[in-house]
Write a new protein. Structure first.
Length: 382
């Protein structure tokens, strides 16, 4: 009888612990939903992608949790972008192993298999920037300018880097797909990025103790110009793949990253913002399709006292349009905060200042290559 009683008590304790764990998980989920409903930032879910795994297996655990939202996003994209771009992506997808660079081809094959989508449609999604970054009044894609990036130098020479990623296309779906990924080899994180589940490239990330990168949209020309460049450069011209390749190069440092990101051909123009480890290691690269147009650098020791750079979606040497001026409010907020107070929290505060933070902001990231543990991503619900 004593054994039966002891077993019953142990069983009851185990059940109680399991119930408490379930209730705690439910509370945390409801708490995050409440914070989002109240407009408060919510930490993005973090995953590990093991680069030692076969490419087609790397993202399975990630996309399984986001399958329905990802399928809806891809189908909406298919119905929105010019049909010729959809047809081109589907054609490339028929022989993705030949037409798309490794390992991204096989990673996308794995994602397509997991969520039951055509590989060509997953490729189209991974080229979301390239198929929407153009000036075309006839496009059905919402023409909301995207992003604010800030790179700044503290008094001690530490470089801080932050960004808001805004997108006018299925904004809420993209918020729900926002994730942080630690890319690991042999159990060690070799680089970290913030992306959307189902997207294998990176527009935001850091290589620990080396450099940080963000990319902002630069609209130039028509959609067919991007399509023509895609035929010439192939998927090697996909900017998010270029950025991830730059992180993946174990010998890459700040200056090497600036050079690689400035002079590698890309399908669509962009602004690529790079932060480093040391004083003056901050740059905004204004990209055309073939190479850079301009490289603008931090120079805190100059007479201009240029200790920070703000890039939104317009060439920094021309004024932004009054209808979309996030640059001047960001500059004002940075100057009011001051270099003496520069850090993760002050940068987040600047990025939370309207209209820098706006209804189309999907997430905010703050980071510093010299302190990789600072890397933080918040999903925004302003």
């Amino acid at each position: 009888i004593d054994h039966e009683v002891n077993f019953t008590l142990l069983d009851a304790m185990t059940m109680s612990m399991g119930l408490r764990s379930c209730l705690l998980l439910l509370f945390l989920c409801l708490h995050q939903q409440t914070r989002a409903a109240e407009g408060q930032p919510v930490p993005a879910k973090r995953y590990t992608v093991n680069l030692d795994d076969e490419p087609q297996d790397r993202w399975k655990h990630v996309v399984e949790e986001h399958a329905q939202e990802l399928k809806e996003l891809m189908k909406k994209l298919e119905a929105t972008v010019p049909k010729v771009l959809v047809d081109l992506a589907m054609l490339v997808g028929t022989d993705v192993e030949k037409n798309v660079e490794y390992p991204y081809n096989m990673e996308m094959v794995g994602i397509a298999t997991t969520v039951d989508l055509p590989v060509g449609l997953v490729l189209l999604g991974n080229m979301l920037y390239e198929v929407t970054a153009f000036n075309s009044s006839g496009s059905k894609v919402a023409r909301h300018k995207a992003c604010t990036s800030i790179v700044a130098e503290a008094l001690d020479g530490t470089i801080y880097h932050g960004r808001n990623l805004d997108y006018g296309f299925m904004t809420e779906s993209l918020r729900n797909l926002t994730i942080v990924v630690d890319f690991q080899k042999a159990g060690e994180t070799v680089y970290t990025g913030t992306t959307y589940a189902g997207f294998v490239g990176l527009l935001t990330g850091q290589k620990p103790n080396s450099f940080t990168v963000t990319m902002d949209e630069r609209d130039q020309g028509e959609w067919w110009m991007n399509a023509l460049e895609a035929l010439v450069a192939g998927t090697k011209g996909v900017t998010s793949f270029l950025i991830r390749n730059t992180f993946d190069n174990e010998n890459m440092d700040f200056e090497g990253a600036v050079y690689n990101l400035a002079y590698s051909p890309v399908i669509a123009p962009s602004y690529i913002i790079v932060g480093g480890l040391h004083s003056s290691q901050g740059a905004v690269i204004t990209r055309d399709r073939i190479a850079d147009v301009d490289i603008w650098r931090i120079d805190a020791s100059s007479s201009e006292d240029r200790w920070f750079l703000v890039e939104t979606n317009y060439d920094h040497w021309v004024p932004p349009p009054p209808s979309d001026d996030r640059r001047d409010p960001a500059i004002k907020a940075m100057n009011e905060s001051g270099r003496r107070n520069l850090g993760k929290d002050s940068l987040f505060k600047v990025l939370s200042t309207p209209p820098v933070l706006n209804s189309k902001t999907t997430f905010t990231v703050t980071m510093s290559a010299s302190d990789p543990a600072l890397y933080t991503t918040w999903v925004r619900h302003p």
